[in-house]
Design a protein around this ligand. Structure first.
Ligand code: AMP
Length: 409
């Protein structure tokens, strides 16, 4: 009798890119990681790093024409094959796909069948940038291994527990329902993983703790998690709402859109591009990388300082709002690229919030580390923590659990 397969391939498919990780779920170790970018161009690039065997840790790069997602996955498969990790291996248990929008229907990861595919397709109007790319990734992987279980893990799923009063916009309810307009929230895989890890860091069960999670990457979102369930989140019907992000505005008066149309003569597409790609930190100061902004602030650059201040002001507003939503907060946790690495952001975000229980210890905050850690003083009312996120591991675990359950039925 052969042992049950234990490997999971995680795929995150964008419109012109695919990021992937192959994990062994016996010990949650990474066997290989990589990405393909500029799919459809002559100079597409594949960067692959095996993390096991002879070449472990040695990055391999290929630049060539990669026609489409099918060609990209074939190239990935070839690279994995060279490491003895080919996708045709009987050790591969499943492929887990990150799917951005699962609407209201998907509150859990789902084994992909025709019905699930049709529902992801139905959600394209509310996620026009993401869901089509996710669908392409799924169909390509299905064509490559039609026999293998494929699982969709939705970015929105963790947020489906929000009470209706938190997910409703105060607009005409019939219009909202007809067009499925409501707060869905995103980065759910990260919020779920990080809030659970934070409870473990506190030595408590997730059902006992209330946590504010600040996922601060190039995209950024906050969530209020009560006893392991999301009760509010800052991203809305799309990932545009909420915090100031690398290139997105976050919260804005919707009348700005009418104004830009009527007074500046901007089309809806131009305004969409302005708010999604040319706003946030990059719109305010020309840079979206917090490292560069920090460097410019050090040189006395006023634009960079303004961008930082707007970013921090918005963060503080959400920390205050979610403190009110939760009533009692046990932990405030920072994660993702900025949250995990930018000590000045963490310090500034809680500065002045001592009266509502938040403080960081300067020395603890300055430590650079990739393990979950508490950065508040010992006597703080609320634990302030840094917990590295790991969306791929969470997707792999959810995928493997679902496939394992399916096997034992
Ligand atoms: P993510 O989307 O989670 O990969 O985060 C990407 C962002 O993290 C980058 O755009 C940077 O702004 C930020 N970042 C990464 N490393 C650092 C660092 N050492 N200090 C400050 N910001 C960082």
């Amino acid at each position: 009798m052969t042992a049950d397969p234990t490997r999971v391939l995680v795929l995150n498919s964008g419109s012109s890119s695919v990021k992937y990780q192959l994990l062994d779920m016996r010990d949650a170790s990474r066997l290989a990681i990589g990405l393909v970018e500029r799919i459809g161009e002559d100079s597409a690039r594949l960067v692959h790093t095996p993390l096991t065997g002879e070449g472990a840790g040695t990055k391999r790069e290929r630049t060539e024409r990669i026609e489409d997602h099918a060609a990209a996955l074939k190239a990935v498969s070839q690279e994995l094959e060279r490491d003895g990790l080919g996708l045709d291996s009987p050790e591969l248990a499943a492929i887990g796909h990150r799917v951005v929008h699962g609407g209201l229907k998907f509150s859990e990861p789902s084994l992909i069948d025709d019905e699930v595919l049709a529902e992801i397709e139905r959600l394209v109007p509310v996620a026009p940038l993401h869901n089509p790319a996710n669908l392409t990734g799924i169909r390509t992987a299905q064509a490559l291994r039609p026999d293998l279980p494929q699982v969709a893990v939705f970015d929105t799923a963790f947020h489906t527990t929000m009470p209706e009063y938190a997910s409703r916009y105060a607009i005409d309810i019939a219009t909202a329902d007809e067009h499925r307009i409501r707060r869905y929230g995103f980065h759910g895989t990260s919020h779920a993983y990080v809030s659970r890890k934070t409870a473990a860091l506190l030595g408590r069960d997730p059902s006992e703790v209330n946590v504010i999670v600040l996922h601060l990457g190039n995209g950024a979102s906050a969530s209020a998690v009560a006893g392991g369930r999301c009760v509010d989140t800052s991203m809305g019907m799309t990932p545009l709402e909420g915090l100031v992000m690398g290139t997105r505005s976050g919260d804005i008066d919707p009348a700005v859109v009418f104004h830009l149309g009527r007074v500046a003569g901007m089309s809806l597409d131009e305004t969409d591009e302005l708010l999604n790609k040319k706003s946030g930190l990059i719109g305010l100061c020309g840079d979206n990388d917090m490292r560069e902004i920090g460097r410019r602030i050090g040189e006395g650059d006023e634009r960079a300082q303004l961008a930082f201040d707007v970013y921090i002001h918005r963060l503080k507003k959400y920390i205050g709002a979610y403190t009110a939503v939760l009533g009692r907060v046990d932990a405030l946790v920072f994660t993702a690229g900025v949250g995990e690495n930018a000590a000045p952001v963490r310090e500034a975000a809680v500065a002045g919030l001592e009266t509502i229980g938040f403080a960081v210890d300067a020395e603890r905050n300055a430590v650079r580390s990739d393990v979950p850690r508490i950065i508040s003083p010992d006597d703080a009312r609320v634990a302030v923590a840094v917990v590295p996120t790991d969306e791929e591991l969470e997707i792999a675990q959810q995928t493997f659990a679902l496939v394992g359950d399916a096997r034992t039925v």
